[in-house]
Write a protein that binds this ligand. Sequence first.
Ligand code: THU
Length: 136
Amino acid sequence: MSADLKDMIEQAAMARANAHAPYSGFHVGACIRAESGRLYAGCNVENAAYPQGQCAEASAIGAMVSGGDRNIAEIVVIGEGERLCTPCGGCRQRLSEFAGPKTPVHVCGPEGLRQTIPLGDLLPYAFIADNLVDKI
Ligand code: THU
């Protein structure tokens, strides 16, 4: 495992430890490595008004954009339970805004790396800026 990936898993785990998930009890942490090399972590942030809750990936993307980066090189997501915690459908779309089909998504559990899946396998037909080429 690369030193980068080790750092990313560590940062995602630290963010996950701060997850605000009182309603689902499901704690998630994410870490993005931007092409600049900088790492951005985030956790899920739930809300008493359920639809206002935010996934860990969305938090990490918000931190990345606020930090001035726009291109994702690699993503780590740490969930819990036996099943793979792959990004939800909405987060696959969110990630596709800043990542390509080959961008690796490292799916982890609390114990460590479980599987690495290219974003394009998770969302083969993303709606992307090219769809709007005549509009923007
Ligand atoms: N969740 C994430 O943060 N990321 C995912 O990829 C899947 C689901 C969160 C949303 C909600 O706070 C909790 O997990 C249960 O769905």
